[in-house]
Every structure is written in structure tokens, then in C-alpha cells.
Design a protein around this ligand. Structure first.
Ligand code: FAD
Ligand code: 2HG
Ligand code: ZN
Length: 466
């Protein structure tokens, strides 16, 4: 046993420090199964003071720390590398809701609480915490802060960055920054919390956050629609906004291949339409009264009269709503069952999405015949999950061509004014690409921030920045 493991056990207790490879297995491989490493230990502190102790002991030993929440990240950011000399710091025992304040409209929560727990606590107080992801049962508040997560309600409420008022962070030297302030206004210099939001564990360990609560929206109006093209989907956005009257919450897109994967792999789902279509959309309005149903109906009527819709199914009950949502939220899981996947979480100006899809698709199919384009995502935010599945039975071809295909996609996105990561972050997957597609000035500024806060490079090294 190393001195560090001995010291960690002495400080936190035997059961908080895992070193058996079987016990550590779930912490060293990511959700996709693509990123896997080995760790010196997995440590599970139960309080902010214990996190600070872990970080201090690791810093004294010169050992790198990999913060981890629910391990649902999709870019390999929360797992150790293959060196076997990093410590995974799991927040999974820190899941307490410290306070719900209905007057300030805030909630203070520890970083290891699952997102769904926070949504439930807000609902129990008659309020809404609006961040909504397919992984919400497992992903943590710390993880959503560290990745600045997005999801299916960004169109209305913004990303995690817009929902956080304050943070508590253990810095790389073990000091605690107590920024747990519920202030709506605080113009006292650089906004430090924003540096940590989206920093992917490279600047410190988030141990708690103050989150904004919003008015509850118990009444939902949901429709699944069939569309002829991506341009119809983007043309629908202003119309949905206009008819939605501020209650438009979700506008999502699915290509035919994405829907086919869900229908093939997920039990109990069915195609809501009799015929086949190229593109589909999921739209939802949320509010407090039947107004949302009327608004959705008028939006769909207007869309049909302008020739933007081919067909539509409106959910008539909560169960029907669930089944329509399952078609959208099931894509990640379904694609995992369909051989090798290459994920591209890209974003473009909304007006460029249709051109991107029209140009990139044929070029990719010419580069690798049989490739399956699994296109879906948060079209209302200009965010596509432009994921590729290997030609049937030929994972090796996708793996062989992956660098070239990714380069083609990133070049096309960049040429049209987009970005190579919309919501999943950089992690290990896009680390080198991010440096290549950013300007020199941007890379210099990012490095300067890292150097100022983590000069010894012990916080999640090798992620986000080379
Ligand atoms: P982890 O995977 O454990 O870690 C992610 C990153 O954050 C790592 O770099 C890690 O080091 C760092 N980190 C974690 N906790 C802390 C902490 N307390 N302090 C400092 N750093 C920390 N993402 C979206 O944005 N939108 C979606 O719609 C979406 N849908 C998803 C659907 C599915 C089925 C799955 C599997 C994933 C989805 N994701 C989505 C990705 C993922 O759920 C999010 O990135 C989420 O925020 C990760 O949270 P986590 O707790 O699992 O973090
Ligand atoms: C979604 O929007 C998630 O469903 C996951 O961001 C995307 O698995 C993916 O690539
Ligand atoms: Zn997404």
C-alpha cells in the first residue's frame, strides 16, 4: 500500500477508499465504454472538509485528482488515464439538499446529488428546476455544473451556467472557496463561479451550488411531428416561438435513422405514424393552464397551412407524452446497441443547420459507404448530435476512418461558423481538436487561467487542455 492510500484511509476511514480493481471498475470506465483507465484509488469523501483533505493529501504527494459525479459524461472527462497513478474523487456520497428557500427562489445542494433529486425537491416546494437531460436519474449537480450541461429545455431556460447563482469549490491546493451566495447581482470583479462552470474538473472540485428555482409548469402540451427537411424544422422555430408566447420549452429533431434505432432496440416503443418520414420533431409547451394546449394547436395549424408539417400527433395523456418523449430520449441507449459509434455534439448558427446536413451527409457517405448518419438533437438551440454508426457489421471501418470523418465534420462546422462542442464538453475526446479549432489567442487565455488556478497541473490532467 502506498503512503498516500494509507493517509487517505487514516483520514476518511477504510470504506471510503477503494483500491480493489473490482470495486474500482465502475469508476474507471465511462458510460460509452470507449474511455477506460486505471486508478491508484477511488476515494468517496462525505463532506466538503473531507474533499479538501483528499485534495490536500494528493497535492502533497504530487498525485493527480480526477473528480467524478455520476459518470454519465460523453467525452471521457471523468475517468482516469491508463497510467494507474491518479486518484478518482467521487462525489457520490455528497448528495444532501442543504436548503430550499421559496422566498429567494433558490436551492442549495451538494455536488453529488443526482439532477432528478433536485428536480423532485423543487417540485415538492411547488417550484421548478428546469435543467432536463436523458441522464437526469444518474448525472449529478456537480457534473452538470462542471460540464455546463444543456439538454431539452435550454431553449427556454438556458444551460446550467444560467441556473447557478453560487458555488463552493475545493481548489487544487486544498483551500475551500466559499462562493455559496444566493445573490442575483454581484458586480465585484471577475465572475469567479463562471470560471468553474464548464471547467470539467480541471480547476477544482465543486462541492455544492446555489441553484435558481423557477415557477412550476405543471401543464404540458406535447406533439411529435413529421417533417420533410431540416430547413422545415428551422423555419418552424420562429412560428413556434410566436404561437408559444414564452411557453415554448422544447424543440427537438430526429432523423429517420435515429428513430429506426430506437424502434429497433427499445422495448415498448412504437412509431406514432403509419408512413415513413425523413425527419421528425418533438415540440413541447409548458405552463400553468390549458393555454398551452390552445397555443400548441394554433402553432401546428399555422405550420400545416404554411406547408412546414407533414403530419403531427398530439399527446392526449401523460402516458402518451411519456411515449413520445421515449422516442427522443432513447436514441443514446439505442445507438449504443448498434455497434461502434462516433459522436459529434456540434452547434451551428440555426440558419446554417440545413446547409450543414445537406453538404456533410453526402461527403461522409462517399468517404465511407454504408456509414449510418444518426442525426438528432436540440435543433431549437442550433445543436445537433451528428453521430455516426458503423456500416452494419463493420465497426473496424468506422474506427479506421474515424479521424478523417471527424475532421470532415469539424471543418464543415467551423466553415459555417459553428463550434465542435455544444453541450458535452471537451474531456479527453476532443482535447486535441479543441486546441486545433480555437484561435491561438483563445488557447493562450485558457492556458493562462489553468496556470493561475492549478499551476502544478494536478486537477484532471489531460482533459480539456493538452
Ligand atoms: P461525470 O460524467 O462524472 O463527469 C463529467 C465531467 O465533470 C468530468 O470532466 C468530471 O471530472 C467533471 N466533474 C464531475 N463532477 C465534478 C465536480 N463535483 N467538481 C468538478 N468536476 C466535476 N449532456 C448534456 O449536456 N445534454 C444532454 O441532453 C445530455 N443527455 C445525456 C443523455 C444520456 C443518456 C447520457 C448518458 C448522457 C447525457 N449527457 C447530456 C451527458 C452527461 O449526462 C452530462 O455531461 C452530465 O452533466 C454529466 O454529469 P455527471 O455527474 O455524470 O458527470
Ligand atoms: C441527447 O441530447 C444527449 O440525447 C446525448 O446529449 C447525445 O448520446 C449522445 O450523443
Ligand atoms: Zn443533447
Amino acid at each position: 500500500m502506498t503512503d498516500l492510500v494509507h493517509d487517505l484511509r487514516a483520514a476518511l476511514g477504510e470504506s471510503a477508499v477503494l483500491t480493489d480493481p473490482a470495486d474500482m471498475a465502475a469508476y474507471v470506465t465511462d458510460w460509452t465504454g470507449v474511455f477506460t483507465g486505471t486508478a491508484l484509488a477511488v476515494v468517496r469523501p462525505a463532506s466538503t472538509a473531507e474533499v479538501a483533505t483528499v485534495v490536500r493529501l494528493c497535492a502533497a504527494a504530487g498525485v493527480a485528482v480526477v473528480p467524478q459525479g455520476g459518470n454519465t459524461g460523453l467525452v471521457g472527462g471523468g475517468v482516469p488515464d491508463s497510467g494507474g497513478d491518479q486518484v478518482v474523487l467521487s462525489l457520490s456520497r455528497m448528495r444532501r439538499i442543504r436548503e430550499v428557500d421559496p422566498v429567494a427562489d433558490t436551492l442549495i445542494v451538494e455536488a453529488g446529488a443526482p439532477l432528478a433529486t433536485v428536480q423532485e425537491a423543487a417540485a415538492a416546494a411547488g417550484r421548478l428546476f428546469p435543467l432536463s437531460l436523458g441522464s437526469e436519474g444518474s448525472c449529478t449537480i456537480g457534473g452538470t455544473i462542471a460540464t455546463n450541461a444543456g439538454g431539452t429545455a435550454v431553449l427556454r431556460y438556458g444551460m446550467m451556467r444560467e441556473l447557478v447563482l453560487g458555488l463552493e469549490v475545493v481548489l487544487p491546493d486544498g483551500r475551500v472557496w466559499d462562493g455559496l451566495r444566493p445573490l442575483r447581482k454581484d458586480n465585484t470583479g471577475y465572475d469567479l463561479k463562471q470560471l468553474f462552470i464548464g471547467s470539467e474538473g480541471t480547476l477544482g472540485v465543486v462541492t455544492a451550488g446555489v441553484l435558481r428555482l423557477l415557477p412550476a409548469t405543471p401543464r404540458r402540451a406535447t406533439a411529435f411531428v413529421a417533417l420533410e427537411s431540416v430547413s422545415a424544422a428551422t423555419a418552424l422555430l420562429p412560428l413556434l416561438r410566436e404561437h408559444g408566447g414564452g411557453q415554448l420549452t422544447t424543440w427537438e429533431l430526429l432523423g429517420r435513422q435515429a428513430l429506426d434505432l430506437v424502434l429497433a432496440h427499445l422495448p415498448g416503443v412504437r412509431d406514432p405514424f403509419a408512413g415513413q418520414h425523413e425527419w421528425y420533431g418533438l415540440v413541447e409547451l409548458a405552463g400553468t393552464s390549458a393555454d398551452v394546449d390552445e397555443r400548441l394547436e394554433s402553432a401546428l395549424e399555422a405550420a400545416a397551412s404554411q406547408g412546414l408539417l407533414v403530419d403531427a400527433v398530439v399527446a392526449g395523456s401523460p402516458a402518451q407524452r411519456e411515449s413520445l418523449w421515449a422516442l427522443r430520449e432513447g436514441v443514446s441507449e439505442a445507438q449504443k446497441s448498434e455497434g461502434a459509434t462516433l459522436k459529434h455534439d456540434v452547434t451551428l448558427p440555426i440558419t446554417a443547420l440545413s446547409r450543414f446536413v445537406a453538404e456533410a451527409g453526402p461527403a461522409l457517405l462517399a468517404a465511407l459507404p454504408g456509414l449510418r448518419l444518426v442525426t438528432y438533437g436540440h435543433i431549437g438551440d442550433g445543436n445537433l448530435h451528428y453521430n455516426l454508426s458503423a456500416p452494419v457489421g463493420d465497426d473496424a471501418a468506422l474506427r479506421r476512418e474515424a479521424p478523417r470523418l471527424t475532421r470532415m465534420i469539424y471543418d464543415a462546422v467551423t466553415a459555417l461558423g459553428g463550434s465542435i462542442s455544444a453541450e458535452h464538453g471537451i474531456g479527453a475526446l476532443k482535447r486535441d481538436a479543441a486546441a486545433a479549432y480555437k484561435t491561438g489567442v483563445e488557447v493562450d487565455l485558457l492556458r493562462a487561467v489553468k496556470q493561475a488556478i492549478d499551476p502544478r497541473g494536478l486537477m484532471n490532467p489531460g482533459k480539456m487542455l493538452a
